[in-house]
Design a protein around this ligand. Structure first.
Ligand code: HEC
Length: 192
């Protein structure tokens, strides 16, 4: 009896080891996530600047609303990552962080306060879920001067931006930010 118990414990342990991804695999996923995230931030930033120059911030609201999900969708199809943007002070009602994302945000905020460079502030982990192991990645989206047009203090927003946001996002919490603050994270995940 004792022998069988030891054996099944051993089998369990081995099974656990077998499903743990190698550190090389995790490093490769992290590289891919980083590249994808950097590409997304760059594309979205370019679209945002273009729309702002063409028609001011009220015009550019559409970029954040429609273009951002389109750009993310193309990257999801290409890479197999699930990608979304979240924030504890969300504008999009669906952009609420889950437990891992909330913890990531708190950790990234601490690292930013400790002096880490905002451009490369990110983290990754392999987490256990009821459906198996999942690779998770979060990149801090740090507020730039341009973001303040739509995410700055409510009393500093232009009347056009204020009206449009009030009409499209009646429960908006994504205001009151200053350059240098983490506005949210770009969150990516892939089942292993
Ligand atoms: C022209 C206005 C505008 C500008 C400028 C802008 N945003 Fe947004 N942002 C929005 C809108 C509108 C949404 C909601 C989009 C949606 O419906 O998903 C949003 C959503 C977000 C979200 C997703 C979480 C949430 O609150 O719903 C993040 C993160 C974010 N913005 C970060 C930034 C950063 C960082 C910058 C500067 C690089 C920036 N934004 C510049 C209008 C703007």
């Amino acid at each position: 009896m004792k022998h069988t118990a030891t054996l099944s414990l051993l089998t369990l342990l081995l099974a656990g080891c077998a499903s743990a991804p190698s550190s090389e695999k995790v490093a490769a996923l992290n590289d891919e996530a980083r590249q994808t995230a950097a590409g997304l931030v760059q594309t979205l930033g370019g679209e945002l600047k273009g729309a702002m120059t063409a028609g001011g911030p009220a015009n550019a609201i559409g970029v954040c609303k429609e273009k951002a999900p389109q750009i993310a969708k193309a990257a999801m199809e290409k890479t197999g990552f699930q990608i979304r943007r979240v924030s504890p002070n969300n504008r999009n009602p669906k952009a609420v962080p889950d437990a891992w994302e909330s913890q990531a945000l708190a950790d990234l905020d601490k690292r930013l306060a400790a002096g880490e460079k905002p451009e490369t502030l990110d983290m990754h982990a392999v987490v256990d879920t009821p459906d198996g192991k999942v690779f998770r990645y979060a990149k801090a989206l740090v507020t730039q001067p341009v973001c303040v047009n739509c995410h700055g203090p409510a009393d500093k927003l232009s009347p056009e931006v204020k009206d449009k946001l009030a009409a499209e996002y009646p429960h908006d919490k994504a205001v009151g930010y200053a350059p240098g603050m983490i506005r949210g994270v770009l969150s990516m995940k892939k089942p292993l």
